[in-house]
Design a protein around this ligand. Structure first.
Ligand code: TRP
Ligand code: ZN
Length: 891
């Protein structure tokens, strides 16, 4: 498979196609590496044990990937190669006539210190580290850098004893010693064959915390978390999460850890959340470090989820890996599903589901509706790093979740066991995974496979009719998937629709009896209706009261479901639905109907009037005792501006903001005392713990405070001030500070902001929060604040966390100001993209996303956004940004 080739004629990057897949001509069986580490010039010596792939004909040459490598020496079986015996270009090294079995030695020099793309070997805060997924290894040495080449690795690291006392790589340390000139070395061996994307090394001045885990077969595993010395008190939660994840994977999937040692390293400069390198996971420090005074509850939960995600990859990704990068969701979709299930078990399961679905429906649905829409298994790409998307990860996880529900847990688990057993040590495809599920269940999953090949979010239109005389309810479901850029015509999907019928008299779930025996059989097996045709009618019989349907319970498929619910129906479901997810969703739908009226009123310049049914529904929520505070907090949270926008045919950012603010203020005005009581009832002086109970109470308290602050209630302001001053934990401090900074009360907010900024100037992860909360304020000075803060000493365009905290938060979460009608928000983002295109193309191609969604806005904004995209296109672009901008402008 070739990668991002530049075609000579046009110098435009060429795509790679799934249909062009061929096994490699040669594979590596064992790889010996030696690194002589120095910031600006690291010498990498590689000895590759290569052999011709059994499926490869004798004619194909030996082709190795290599980028930005300065070749010093090359030899085959000890014989130096002369010029003319090999060919080098920007991306490959080719040897035309290599033996069928050979030992290839190369020596190259690389420059980690100037590597701002953060792929391959780079330096972060004086520390060496690597990021090789997807195609970073080729920036380290010449190699068949593709996931279907799996070798054992032996790695020797050499570095200055003072500067680089800690030298880590995959597997087990087998030898260490001192060398002349103040240097030392450590040799690591990884006995499990792995693709190059799972290689890692770390070298620097690090400290560790240590723990132990005894696996289910009684083996003891050493656990280490390595951090900069200043962060040693921020590792406890990650360690606890790791042990919980190891235990959970044994109990839930029967998967045991395989090496004697498992290491996590925290790194400040990192493009993504974390990386599952074999035995040596490298983490963005934001996804591992926590302390009650520096990290919010959300950050604690993210750490728990990411630690588990990377750990779970040891089986779903490492032991069984991907044949090629088109299969990325094979490991990512499955692993996200696994980490979501783990977090659900550790915390409030319904809240976890609500959070995951909100994220999917807001961000992934938007991706599906935009110019970069792609299937969960794409069939071509220009730059693979652009395909680490919400579709691959989140929609991919929903597909695995559908399989789990279609098969039932026990059969799904059998399929998972079969998959791990049959393909252990191999690089496989999505067919291999789904094939195991079909085999153990006897299900025909051919139509189901379309979920992987067809892009776009299916829409389900439902209508229902109750025949009182017959006691029958006829539910008709119609499916349709809108066209996406490369796929004008869509086929019907196999959609599991979980349903309930809620009796309008009893408020209880009615017994479901379907007229059609086949439908009944499916319903009995998995509680779902199988929608396979474009339109299907399901007839429920034997009903003695009129029902309201509860559809797509638990969000049983990643689809948009429409049903002509009346507001009273929704208020009823909000009270009575036995499905916790749909109860929440009924509240969201009810709020959406009111919001849509208000958006229209705002556009038409008509006075806004609050729908009393929404107020009464909220009053009901606030006055009915509940033992599930976590869910209540979600129920009291209005749909986000991004989610509301996602529902609009043409997004009107100002009307959305005005309507949502109006609803919030109306509710706060009408239910002030209830919110105040809720706040008081959920205060606590208990010592901070990131447990489900405390987290629920804090979110409820802070939701209540946000209502009080929306009307700038005097008591609310006083409480926010006190909460900030009390400095009990970062969750409460940040919530209070954010509400103050987003209010008109600069007299209180400004000194608090200053104090916070001074107190935490030394802690970049806290300063990130300080940046974000300022640039998301709705007032019109937000954009000026962004520019001002970009010059702050704590900000740097070279650090992805800083970019996300300041620029990402502004363009993604401050919709009214990013979409200013003078175009200044768009211009600012384009300026940043142009800079980042040179420094870190991967981050540039991500941060640009809001500009690519221009089609969703009014004509004036469309023109302004397109003009900035054109401005970017005129630059000398990386393949990453090129691919995204081309798609956006072709739309
Ligand atoms: N496999 C990683 C994960 O999902 C993703 C990842 C981390 C990554 N860093 C990256 C992908 C850099 C591309 C580039 O856990
Ligand atoms: Zn992953």
């Amino acid at each position: 498979m070739s990668t991002t080739n530049m075609s000579p004629a046009t110098s435009e990057p060429r795509p790679t196609y799934l249909s062009d897949y061929r096994p490699p001509a040669y594979r590596a069986t064992h790889t010996e590496l030696k690194f002589d580490l120095a910031p600006s010039s690291t010498r990498v010596t590689a000895l590759l044990h290569l052999e011709r792939h059994p499926d490869s004909s004798g004619e194909r040459p030996l082709v190795l990937h290599g980028e930005k490598l300065s070749l010093q020496r090359i030899a085959i079986d000890g014989q130096e190669l002369q010029e003319g015996e090999y060919r080098l270009d920007e991306e490959t090294l080719t040897i035309e006539h290599a033996p069928d079995r050979l030992r290839l030695e190369t020596e190259v020099d690389i420059d980690p210190a100037s590597n701002t793309a953060l792929q391959g070997l780079y330096v972060s805060n004086g520390m060496f580290c690597t990021q090789c997924e997807a195609e970073g290894f080729r920036r380290i040495t010449f190699y068949p850098d593709r996931p279907d080449v799996m070798a054992t690795f032996s790695t020797t690291l050499i570095g200055d004893q003072q500067q680089l006392p800690v030298l880590l790589s995959n597997g087990n340390p087998v030898e260490r010693g001192e060398l002349p000139n103040g240097k030392h070395f450590v040799t690591w061996e990884d006995p499990f064959p792995k693709p190059s994307y799972l290689f890692a090394l770390v070298a620097g001045q690090l400290e560790k915390v240590e723990d132990r885990f005894t696996t289910m077969s009684g083996r003891e595993v050493l656990l280490e978390i390595w951090v900069e010395p200043a962060n040693i008190d921020k590792t406890e939660h990650a360690m606890r999460s790791l042990k919980a994840a190891m235990k959970w994977d044994e109990e839930t999937y029967g998967r045991e850890y395989d090496l004697d040692r498992f290491m996590i390293v925290a790194v400040d400069d990192f493009n993504m959340g974390a990386m599952e390198n074999k035995g040596l996971n490298i983490f963005n420090s934001a996804a591992v470090l926590t302390h009650p005074h520096t990290a919010t509850d959300a950050a604690f939960q993210r750490v728990e989820g990411v630690v588990a995600h990377e750990y779970f990859h040891n089986w779903s990704g490492n032991r069984v890996t991907c044949r090629d990068w088109f299969q990325l969701s094979l490991k990512e979709g499955f692993t996200v599903f696994r980490d979501q299930s783990f977090s659900a078990d550790m915390n409030s399961a319904p809240v976890k589901r609500i959070e995951d679905v909100s994220f999917l429906r807001t961000a992934q649905f938007a991706e599906d509706a935009g110019p970069t829409a792609h299937p969960v298994r794409p069939d071509h790409y220009i730059e693979i790093t652009n395909f680490y998307t919400l579709t691959i990860y989140e929609k991919g996880a929903e597909i695995v979740r559908m399989l789990r529900h279609l098969l039932g847990w026990e059969t799904f688990r059998k399929g998972s066991d079969l998959y791990f057993e049959r393909f252990d040590g191999q690089a496989v495809t999505i067919e291999d995974f789904v094939g195991c599920m079909a085999e153990v269940s006897g299900h025909d999953l051919d139509q189901f496979m379309r979920w992987y090949s067809q892009a776009g979010t299916p829409e389900i239109d439902a209508i229902g009719e109750y025949d009182y005389a017959k006691g029958e309810y006829r539910l008709t479901l119609r499916q349709r998937t809108p066209a996406t850029p490369d796929q004008p015509d869509k086929q019907s999907l196999h959609i599991p629709v979980r349903v309930g019928l809620v009796g309008t008299k009893s408020g209880e779930d009615l017994t479901l009896t379907l007229e059609n025996p086949e439908d009944q059989e499916n319903l009995d097996k998995g509680g779902v209706l199988h929608l396979r045709e474009e339109e299907q009618t399901f007839v429920f019989t034997g009903l003695n009261e009129a029902p309201i349907p509860s559809l797509l319970r638990g969000f049983s498929a990643p689809a948009r479901l429409r049903f002509p619910y009346g507001r009273d129906d929704l208020a009823f479901l909000l009270k009575h639905d036995s499905d916790g997810f749909n109860r929440w969703d009924a509240g969201q739908r009810l709020a959406m109907l009111a919001l849509e009226d208000l958006i229209a009123a705002h556009r038409n310049g008509v006075e806004k009037v609050m729908d009393p049914r929404v107020t009464e529904a909220f009053r009901g929520l606030l006055t009915t005792p509940t033992d599930d505070k976590a869910v209540l907090a979600e129920m009291l949270t209005l749909p986000s501006e991004a989610y509301i926008a996602e529902q609009q045919p043409v997004v009107d950012v100002d009307a959305i903001h005005a309507a949502r603010t109006f609803v919030k203020q109306s509710l706060a005005g009408a239910l002030r005392d209830e919110f105040l009581a809720l706040y008081q009832a959920n205060r606590s002086d208990a010592e901070y713990a990131p447990d489900a109970e405390q987290i629920a109470a804090r979110s409820l308290k802070n939701v209540a405070l946000s209502y009080l602050m929306s009307i700038e209630d005097d008591e609310g302001i006083a409480l926010a001030g006190q909460q900030f001053e009390a400095d009990h934990n970062m969750t409460d401090v940040r919530a209070a500070l954010t509400l103050l900074v987003h209010s008109s009360r600069g007299d209180i907010a400004d000194p608090a902001l200053r104090a916070f900024g001074e107190k935490w100037a030394h802690d970049p992860l806290v300063m990130d929060q300080w940046f974000s909360l300022q640039v998301t304020r709705p007032q019109s000075d937000a954009l000026d604040r962004v520019k001002y803060l970009m010059a702050h000493p704590a900000f740097s365009l070279k650090n992805p966390n800083r970019v996300r905290a300041l620029i990402g938060a502004f363009v993604g979460q401050n919709r009214v100001n990013f979409h200013r009608l003078d175009g200044a928000g768009y211009e600012l983002l384009a300026d940043v993209v142009i800079e980042l295109n040179k420094l870190n193309p991967e981050i540039a191609a991500r941060i640009i996303t809001p500009l690519t969604r221009w089609q969703r806005f009014d004509e004036e904004r469309q023109a302004l956004m397109k003009a900035q995209l054109e401005r970017i296109r005129a630059e000398d672009l990386s393949p990453n940004v090129y691919e995204v901008v081309e798609k956006a402008l072709a739309a």
